[in-house]
Design a protein around this ligand. Structure first.
Ligand code: PDD
Length: 282
């Protein structure tokens, strides 16, 4: 099937979609992005991701490329043209194309807008949820504004690659005080012996995950206690359960951290129930 992308006002063949070599996203990583999961041709947590996009743009003083309504129409059209039932939408906005110079370009420079949609076979993610994933720990080498969803993902890329080379699926980043911040592309959670959910507060050290926020609501409605606090790898290794959340993995149980088995080495019942509850709600 021919894939279609959207670039700066036009739908075009994905294979031929291009941005300029002097785009600030390419030269400086001067841009932000969002990822929505699509299920049954519908965006999950649509408003949460739009709200975070607005916030990321505002924090970096990049002009919104289109109204939310217009972006919604573009995304819907892209889902339709690519016949995506289950998949992902990726949207990126950069500070635009300008002669290479570090300060912001003139205000008249239009931001660059790229949107793509792709089909994803959900069975691979479902299988991972059934077996659980292994995680390794790595030092967090990122900057102090990880709450902004920028395209500056080099430390995340290196962390994920390290995980894959160690046979793990995700890397949990650890700050200088020995506490887990988050995964390279997921938020990190543990379950205490008495069944409380623990996840790091949404400070500047982590991305304020939309799945994380929805799951907090879902968990509260289901009667789970929640502690928003940082935890160490040692505490996670001794936890009753551990799991990650993101738009692409929903809720995925963690069964091994740095080679140590979590619980009985099988996905925990709480993480599995929360995954189900999330998918029914989002
Ligand atoms: N990643 N932390 C980081 C560093 C992330 O990149 C992501 C998402 C999350 C989870 O956020 P959310 O629940 O809003 O998806 C946490 C996306 C999926 C990506 O980069 O592909």
């Amino acid at each position: 099937m021919t894939r279609i992308a959207y670039v700066n006002g036009r739908f075009c063949l994905h294979a031929q979609a291009v941005v300029h070599i002097e785009d600030r996203g390419f030269q400086f990583g001067d841009g932000v992005y969002e990822v929505w999961s699509v299920r049954r041709s519908r965006l999950l947590d649509a408003d949460g991701h739009f709200d975070r996009l607005d916030r990321s743009l505002a924090e970096l003083r990049i002009a919104a490329p289109r109204s939310r309504r217009a972006l919604g129409l573009i995304i819907r059209e892209l889902i339709r043209r690519n016949r995506v039932r289950d998949g992902l939408v990726y949207l990126q906005v950069t500070r635009g194309q300008a002669r290479r110079d570090h300060p912001f370009p003139p205000e008249s420079t239009p931001p660059t807008l790229v949107v793509t949609a792709k089909r994803v076979d959900l069975s691979a993610a479902a299988k991972r949820a059934e077996t659980g994933i292994a995680v390794i720990s790595v030092p967090d080498r990122r900057w102090s504004r990880c709450d902004i969803k920028t395209v500056n993902l080099l430390p995340n890329v290196l962390a994920k690659q390290e995980a894959r080379e160690s046979g793990a699926f995700e890397a949990w980043q650890v700050d200088s005080s020995g506490h887990v911040t988050e995964g390279s592309s997921t938020n990190a959670w543990i379950v205490t012996a008495d069944g409380k959910l623990v996840t790091r507060p949404a400070d500047n050290a982590i991305l304020h995950g939309i799945t994380r926020a929805t799951l907090m609501r879902v968990a509260a409605e289901a009667g789970f206690g929640l502690e928003e606090r940082a935890f160490t790898i040692k505490e996670a290794q001794a936890a009753r359960e551990a799991f990650v959340t993101s738009a692409t993995s929903f809720v995925t149980p963690v069964v091994e951290i740095d080679g140590r088995t979590i619980g009985n080495g099988r996905p925990g019942s709480i993480a599995t129930a929360l995954r189900q509850a999330y998918l029914e709600t989002a």
